[in-house]
Ligand binder design. Structure first.
Ligand code: GDP
Ligand code: IMO
Ligand code: MG
Length: 423
């Protein structure tokens, strides 16, 4: 393995943090490449339980350099809090580097995220209200402020005052909201700048040197394919690209260098926030999954919507990412189920379709067509050898591989680092 990308194959929360924490043992570098602190990656290892929002999940290994890549939007307050939390558990965070190209989340982004969601009313997207959309908007409209500016106070103040003038016009004229104060924000961010200065660096050369030395690198995705700005269920998506393609742009590693592209999928499906989800279970089974798997948002605490595995959506995800491997998580959640359903096609207006529609309005009308497989009704959480999995579990996995035309190379049977079967 030299460069391996780990991407969410569904609507996020597939267990990427756990997979990275397990795989990082064998690498020298982990790079987060997209999203911001809308991500919540749970890691449970000998140091404790952590919800990682910005720091790559490889931070627990002293040999791993962890990079917050250029494709990430960084809220400095959240990052500093996360670093404090890690330090309080005895974890050395000195091997963290923040790309000087990463854009900053500013207080006006968070306020705008809230005001925009409120304005959408019933049509709210259900964002995490972390200012992600407005920060990426500023990046694209070229009004953003990058982490590197925190190292140059004069430049930072110039950029802040011009951005804030624009934002305050929106707050006061569009939203009838009081303006934000330049002095307050500049003081606050200058303090953040002092604390974060040792971490902020140009990162493409550091990554390139590691590649020249032939060191194995993991690229840690955030969110999931179905939340992608282009290929997700627009407009119920996030504002960056969680795809394998996004890994290249968000880290500065050319696509030819990506050796393995791993899609993380839950054995079922979950979604948090608004938008269509054909296999959602609004019944006792959905509740059972939610309670068994503690399906509550790692970032917002919201209950996650749960449903059966959607092979139509998953096949689409394999296509747009070009996955070489799948890491299937949460197999243990099905341990007591007498039978398990997989959605293999949709019914739409009297017709059967097996492709994933580009329109969220159309997807909303799709009815799942299920295939039912027998369950195994025994505990898998202590199993570490693929051949020891019950026959029905292996049949379930084999059926997914067939439907997705992609091999399942890892199976997770519990939330801790060691509950991972490598095939
Ligand atoms: P991420 O955002 O993709 O890193 O996923 P989250 O951390 O938001 O959500 C995944 C949840 O499932 C967390 O609570 C993990 O501790 C847990 N988890 C991960 N893998 C497994 C697994 O194989 N089985 C079970 N039962 N829980 C898992
Ligand atoms: P991880 O990395 C699940 C969802 C939000 C909302 C939509 C847009 O933990 O898998 P945003 O705040 O990004 O503008 O919200 O995207 N969302 C996630 N859902 N896991 C995530 O990250 C998510 N990050 C954003 O709930 O529906
Ligand atoms: Mg998560």
């Amino acid at each position: 393995m030299s460069v391996m990308v780990v991407v969410g194959g569904q609507w996020g929360d597939e267990g990427k943090g756990k997979i990275i924490d397990s795989l990082a043992e064998k690498v020298k570098m982990v790079v987060r490449f997209s999203g911001g602190d809308n991500a919540g990656h749970t890691v449970i290892n000998p140091y404790g339980e952590f919800k990682m929002h910005l720091v790559p999940s490889g931070i627990f290994y002293s040999q791993v350099t962890c990079i917050i890549g250029n494709g990430v939007v960084v809220n400095p307050a959240v990052l500093l809090r996360e670093l404090d939390e890690l330090r309080s558990h005895g974890i050395n965070v000195s091997q963290l580097i923040v790309s000087d190209r990463a854009h900053l989340i500013m207080p006006y982004h968070i306020l705008l995220d809230e005001l925009e969601e409120e304005r959408r009313g019933k049509g709210a997207l259900g964002t995490t209200r972390r200012g992600i959309g407005p920060a990426f908007t500023d990046k694209v409209t070229r009004l953003g402020i990058r982490a590197g500016s925190l190292l140059k106070e004069k430049l930072f103040l110039e950029q802040l005052s011009s951005a804030l003038e624009f934002k305050n016009a929106i707050f006061t004229k569009v939203y009838q909201h009081s303006p934000l104060l330049l002095e307050e924000i500049s003081k606050q961010y200058c303090r953040y700048g002092e604390q974060l200065a040792p971490f902020i660096k140009e990162t493409t050369s550091i990554i390139n040197q590691a590649m020249v030395r032939g060191e194995p690198i993991l690229l840690e995705g955030a969110q999931g394919t179905l939340l992608d700005l282009d290929f997700g269920t627009y407009p119920y998506v996030t504002s960056s690209s969680p795809l394998a393609g996004g890994a290249s742009v968000g880290s500065g590693i050319g696509p030819r260098a990506l050796d393995r592209i791993v899609g993380v999928f839950k054995a079922y499906l979950s979604r948090v926030g608004s938008g269509p989800m054909p296999t959602e279970l609004r019944d006792k089974v959905g509740e059972l999954i939610r309670e068994k798997a503690h399906e509550y948002g790692a970032t917002t605490g919201r209950p996650r919507r749960c449903g059966w595995f959607d092979a139509v959506a998953a096949r689409f995800s394999v296509q747009v990412n070009g996955f070489s491997d799948i890491a299937l998580t949460h197999l243990d959640i099905y341990d007591d189920f007498p039978s398990i359903k997989i959605c293999t096609a949709y019914k739409l207006g009297g017709k059967v379709i097996d492709s994933f529609p580009s329109s969220a309005v159309v997807l909303e009308e799709c009815q799942p067509i299920y295939e039912e497989l027998p369950g195994w009704q025994m505990s898998t959480s202590g199993i570490r050898d693929f051949t020891q999995l019950p026959l029905e579990a292996r049949r379930y996995i084999a059926r997914l591989e067939e439907l997705l035309s992609c091999p399942v190379s890892w199976v997770a049977v519990g939330p801790t680092r060691e509950q991972l079967i490598e095939r």
